[in-house]
Design a protein around this ligand. Structure first.
Ligand SMILES: *Cc1c(COP(=O)(O)O)cnc(C)c1O
Length: 424
């Protein structure tokens, strides 16, 4: 069995366990595909950020698009997290999870007037605004409600986060953020608007970042901007460095959250901005390695050029390999018997697309009926799941010690058709 298991996942008696529960027993009890999360792993990941920022005014806003299941939001909110949202739907989930609206920040390039109104109504903490056009609309909406919207401008620091182009967001050519050269004038526009109140500045340079250097570069550029904005008499109360810290999928070595923040805070202090409130928006790094997806081997299809291991999870459940050619470790939940030969398999799902694969060229000793665990599946898997091929979305369970809670039932065909109308 593999050696690179995330924290709280262990091998005992030839079985893979999460905290105090065997994964095979969960697959047996709840069926597959099944997402299983360790609550302790999430809380440990959060604690690393809390430790790194302990002696500062700060707010950690979990970027809930990484995994927006209610029980996961509740886990993090009850441990002190705020939430970073990107849609009206996420706002409703956030409220349902019991977060204080003042700890919610609203990111994203395409907020609608309806979403703005609702967010103003409930009193969210900050809008992270991404364009002049959006700023004007937000000002108008807030003013018409007799309010001042708290705003931060997302600036584009134009640093290369050295990650996959689809998940790099801080370069000039990306659709995100306000270009460096337009930032000061846009702050002046915001400060002069009767419907807006400037509270901060933010950036988010990418995702699955495994080095400290891009963050340090971005901080330099953001602080240059803070200096220029404040020279014009506008106070920047909080500085939001976004999310993006990577996790270990397979041989990745990102800095730990507290080590990264030690380096960042040293720079912040050296530049004289140590008194500002620090906001961060981590997503993947809080939940990614807390989850696995369990899947049953349906059929083995050895061939002349390729061996296919067909499993019951697919790209609709776990889209990252198909979407980003992402690598997830795949391991058996029970040590295979000695007489099972190890062959090289492409692990693929039942969806009718050649892009429907979970792993390629994996040495595995498998037989049909075996259960496999796709590791590091806590972030951007369930939250990106779809019903393609009218496949019901997987069930989810949350483990804490030896306690198991079903946090989402498996979706049925009826569930999927509930909103549709038959022809009369
Ligand atoms: C997606 C996103 C995040 C979280 O990114 P991770 O890589 O999951 O940490 C944070 N802020 C914004 C604005 C985002 O779009």
């Amino acid at each position: 069995m593999t050696t690179e298991l995330p924290d709280f996942f262990t091998v005992r008696d030839h079985q893979l366990w999460v905290e105090g529960v065997s994964l095979a027993s969960l697959a047996q009890a709840h069926g597959t595909p099944l997402f299983v999360y360790s609550q302790a792993a999430m809380l440990q990941a959060l604690a690393a950020y809390q430790k790194g920022l302990a002696d500062r005014r700060h707010q950690i806003c979990y970027a809930m698009k990484a995994n927006s299941s209610l029980a996961i939001l509740q886990t993090l909110v009850r441990a002190g997290c705020g939430l970073d949202i990107v849609s009206g739907g996420e706002l409703e989930r956030a409220l349902r999870a019991g977060v204080s609206p003042s700890k919610v920040i609203f990111s994203g390039v395409g907020k609608t007037r309806t979403e703005m109104r609702r967010a103003l109504d409930v009193g969210i903490g900050c809008f992270n605004v991404e364009s002049v056009a959006e700023l004007d609309v937000l000002g108008e909406v807030a003013h018409s409600m007799g309010l001042r919207a708290p705003v931060s401008l997302r600036v584009n620091p134009n640093v290369d986060a050295q990650t996959h182009p689809y998940i790099s967001t801080g370069l000039k050519d990306n659709k995100f953020g306000i270009a460096h050269e337009d930032v000061v004038s846009t702050y002046q526009r915001a400060a002069a608007h009767p419907g807006l109140r400037v509270v901060g500045i933010d950036c988010h340079i990418g995702s699955q970042i495994t080095q400290a250097a891009p963050y340090l570069d971005a901080m330099d550029r953001v602080l240059d901007l803070v200096q220029a904005i404040e020279a014009g008499g506008i106070r920047i109360e909080h500085i939001d460095f976004g999310g993006g810290l990577g996790i270990n999928y397979h041989g990745d070595t990102p800095p730990s959250a507290d080590a990264l923040w030690q380096a960042l805070l040293a720079k912040l202090d050296a530049r004289g901005y140590g008194d500002r409130a620090i906001f961060i928006e981590p997503g993947r790094s809080l939940v990614g390695n807390a989850g696995v997806c369990l899947t049953e081997v349906l059929y083995l299809k050895p061939g002349e050029h390729k061996n296919f291991c067909i499993v019951d999870a697919a790209m609709n459940d776990l889209p990252r390999p198909a979407m980003y050619q992402a690598y997830h470790q795949i391991v058996p939940v029970q040590t295979p018997s000695a007489d099972t030969a190890t062959l090289t398999w492409d692990v693929v799902g039942p969806v009718c697309e050649s892009g429907d694969w979970l792993g390629r060229d994996r040495p595995l000793a498998v037989r049909s009926g075996d259960c496999l665990a796709v590791l590091s599946a806590g972030a951007y898997c369930m939250s990106m799941a779809s019903n393609y091929n009218t496949r019901g979305r997987a069930a989810e369970v949350l483990v804490s010690g030896d306690r198991v809670q079903v946090i989402r039932e498996r979706e049925s065909a009826d569930d999927q058709m509930r909103l549709e109308k038959s022809l009369s």
